[in-house]
Ligand binder design. Structure first.
Ligand SMILES: *[C@@H]1O[C@H](CO)[C@@H](O)[C@H](O)[C@H]1NC(C)=O
Ligand SMILES: *[C@@H]1O[C@H](CO)[C@@H](O)[C@H](O)[C@H]1NC(C)=O
Length: 680
């Protein structure tokens, strides 16, 4: 044998190999033709997650349109079974947005999944998941029987589930599909607690509220006294029980158990669908609801007179809020400050960046005791809470929701104004406010309306009873998440000293000058004008300059609008540079330190003098400068005058008659900038 092989020529060996390979190949072809059973490929919707399907390996048909970001995908190449099957297929490049057939194979859970952007789909990262899957082209493997109907992990059809999801979503409860029990378990916990309170024949005897705090405190004058606190005591027994049920030690146990489950291939094939329903902490961490991107602080009442049960209701309220808000780095962030004699940050904006962790932490909060020094707390929030180191993103509106039992024991008006002027939107929730015979103790009558920026009720809630607090969750969140409204709330409109610098040169002409004044009036109208809110000033210039009126001249909108109407057309040359210097000196030098300084310059031609140095001086002095050019105005000059970035601060129109078109845009830019730089 040996010698024969040795004498074989290389070419012969090659031929032999070719024959061998061809043989195998044709055998395979035959095998395919014979063995491949005819089966109908099951279809699924884009939102179906791999974890919902029990079959370890299957071929499915995906519809078109699964590239949508709403079908979440976790991982790259190997996907957590929490992902949309079809979404993952698009991400991995096996499928395009037109849909088609794919082969899905379940594999072991991973300790981490990395998100990536691929084929038009952004997949997310996930720390770990109990099961994974991979997607490939639908080339059936020899000897594998693919199911022609899929087995789902629940008797309910996926369609029914999708409907349920929509419903819960609509009611604003974040509910991850697949964890349908979540909203249900949480709501009853609260419902029971409250129902118990409401229906178990009040009044109840009570040990002083002090049971919650360290020692009984004498109630100071001005602080609500609840000597006859009718529900603190007996409550403590039943509340212990309900607290135990609430904080969910059982839930934690089940989580612990879930973690101990092996995550090997066997476990994943063994797939226990129930697991998905009970293991809350294995849910992917949300990025947050992008439609409610706010930096939110709750100032909560920890005063002694509140009592233990009310404090618990307050905690439940916060937990409900944390639950209903989909908290995350791309959505709302929420921190809590508890006040008594003094305030303290319970959680900053960056302590708990998802709803679940925050909720768990809220359960563990202890009451501080002391007075209800709300003013001190608001001041603290302005100075400390919304600082950058504490997680203020800068680009999200700042919101402070103040909960107060009865009334504050200190004043809130002035500190609230400062808070608002630094860009914080204040909401006030007064619970069980002063009744007639208590009004004499209220330190500052009508405190809630004094604290908020508008007294139209948008920023205030008055809740009759702590039992009714829960009803405010949804209305409150609706307002708090109305970022457009917040972005242009009075905090944006009441914060500035706005100086108009108006070109009165000959080229403008009388008629057009009237149009310019209308433009100035239309912009001014948008602001809240008063001595403490926005103030308006105006300068007209030709070769020369004159002060039409300074910031402190008028303190109401109607006076300002009348004054604008009365400005007389001057006519002359165009020295824009000198006019900027004049405005800095005559207007902005007298601006208040806590105001934003805005200069809005309107010109119709190129300046006779250089604008560079004056413009730099304005920018250097923190005057945000808008340059509006009409007709013969020079765009390069407008861009030099305008604050950076010029595209947000300079505007050009070819005709005076088109000036009106810029009013909404300029207002919007002013507010956007205000909200992106909320600190003064
Ligand atoms: C999607 O893929 C199918 C099959 O590979 C192909 O025929 C079709 O042209 C693709 N569509 C697009 C929009 O790329
Ligand atoms: C100002 O507002 C009035 C009323 O809305 C409008 O008719 C007019 O065109 C506006 N003019 C300018 C220049 O903005």
């Amino acid at each position: 044998m040996g010698p024969i092989v040795l004498t074989m020529k290389a070419s012969v060996i090659e031929m032999f190999l070719v024959l061998l390979v061809t043989g195998i190949h044709s055998n395979k072809e035959i095998a395919k033709k014979i063995k491949r059973p005819k089966f109908t490929v099951p279809q699924i919707n884009c939102d179906v997650k791999a974890g919902k399907i029990i079959n370890p390996e299957f071929i499915v048909k995906c519809p078109a349109g699964c590239q949508d970001p709403k079908y979440h995908v976790y991982g790259t190449d190997i996907y957590a079974s929490y992902s949309s099957v079809c979404g993952a297929a698009v991400h991995s490049g096996v499928l395009n947005n037109s849909g088609g057939k794919i082969l899905v194979r379940k594999v072991a859970g991973q300790s981490g999944y990395k998100g990536s952007y691929s084929n038009g789909v952004q997949s997310l990262s996930l720390p770990r998941w109990r099961e994974s899957f991979i997607v490939s082209e639908s080339k059936p493997q020899k000897g594998v029987a693919y199911p022609s109907a899929l087995t789902y992990s629940s008797s309910k059809s996926p369609a029914a589930k999708a409907g349920k999801y929509e419903m819960t979503k609509a009611s604003h409860l974040p509910c991850l599909p697949g964890t349908t029990t979540q909203p249900i378990t949480l709501m009853p916990t609260l419902a029971t607690t409250v129902a118990e309170d409401t229906h178990t024949n009040l009044p109840r005897p009570s040990p002083p509220a002090a049971s919650a705090t360290s020692s009984p405190r004498p109630q100071p004058v001005g602080h609500r006294s609840r000597q006859t606190d009718f529900w603190s005591t007996t409550a403590s027994t039943s509340s212990q029980t309900s607290a135990g049920a609430n904080t969910g030690s059982p839930r934690q146990d089940s989580v612990g158990a879930a973690f101990q489950q092996p995550m090997g291939a066997d476990a994943s094939l063994g797939f226990v669908p129930k697991e998905e329903f009970s293991t809350q902490s294995l849910e992917p961490v949300s990025q947050g609801d992008p439609n409610c991107r706010v930096d939110l602080s709750f100032l909560i009442d920890g005063s002694s007179s509140l009592g233990r049960r009310r404090f618990r209701i307050q905690k439940q309220f916060l937990a409900d809020i944390a639950q209903a808000l989909d908290i995350g780095p791309a959505g709302p962030l929420m921190g809590i400050v508890q006040y008594g004699d003094n305030p303290a940050t319970q959680f900053s904006l960056k302590t708990h960046m998802n709803s679940r962790d925050l909720k768990a932490a809220i359960e563990k909060m202890a009451q501080r005791g002391g007075l209800s020094n709300v003013g001190r707390a608001i001041s603290f929030v302005t100075k400390n809470f919304f600082s950058k180191v504490n997680g203020n993103r800068g680009s999200a509106p700042n919101v402070a929701v103040v909960l107060v039992d009865g009334w504050p024991t200190d004043k809130v008006e002035e500190v609230s104004r400062l808070a608002r002027e630094s860009g914080i939107n204040i909401f006030f929730i007064t619970i069980e406010g002063a009744v007639e015979n208590e009004k004499q103790y209220v330190v500052e009558p009508n405190f809630a309306n004094k604290a908020v920026c508008r007294t139209n009720g948008f920023y205030t809630f008055s809740v009759q009873s702590w039992f009714g607090l829960r009803k405010t969750v949804q209305p409150l969140l609706k307002r708090v998440c109305d970022t457009d409204r917040l972005a242009c709330s009075k905090t944006c409109f009441n914060s500035a000293d706005i100086g108009f610098v108006i070109d009165g040169s000959s080229s403008v002409g009388t008629g057009n000058f009237r149009t310019v004044l209308q433009f100035v009036a239309n912009l001014s109208k948008e602001f809240e004008i008063s001595e403490t809110d926005t103030r308006i000033g105006a300068v007209q210039y030709t070769y020369e300059q004159r002060l039409e009126f300074g910031f402190d001249k008028y303190s109401s909108k109607s006076d300002v609008l009348n004054a604008i109407k009365r400005v007389g057309y001057w006519s002359g040359g165009t020295s824009t540079g000198a006019a900027i210097n004049y405005a800095l000196e005559q207007l902005f030098k007298k601006s208040k330190p806590n105001k934003r300084k805005l200069m809005i310059l309107i010109t119709d031609g190129r300046s006779y003098d250089d604008v560079r140095i004056p413009a730099m001086a304005a920018h250097y002095k923190g005057v945000i400068t808008y340059a509006i050019g009409v007709a013969w105005a020079a765009q390069d000059e407008l861009e030099i005058i305008a604050t950076y970035p010029a595209r947000d601060h300079s505007f050009f129109v070819d005709e005076f008659d088109n000036l009106y078109k810029f009013v909404p845009q300029i207002i919007q830019n002013i507010c956007t900038e205000f909200n992106s730089q909320p600190r003064n």
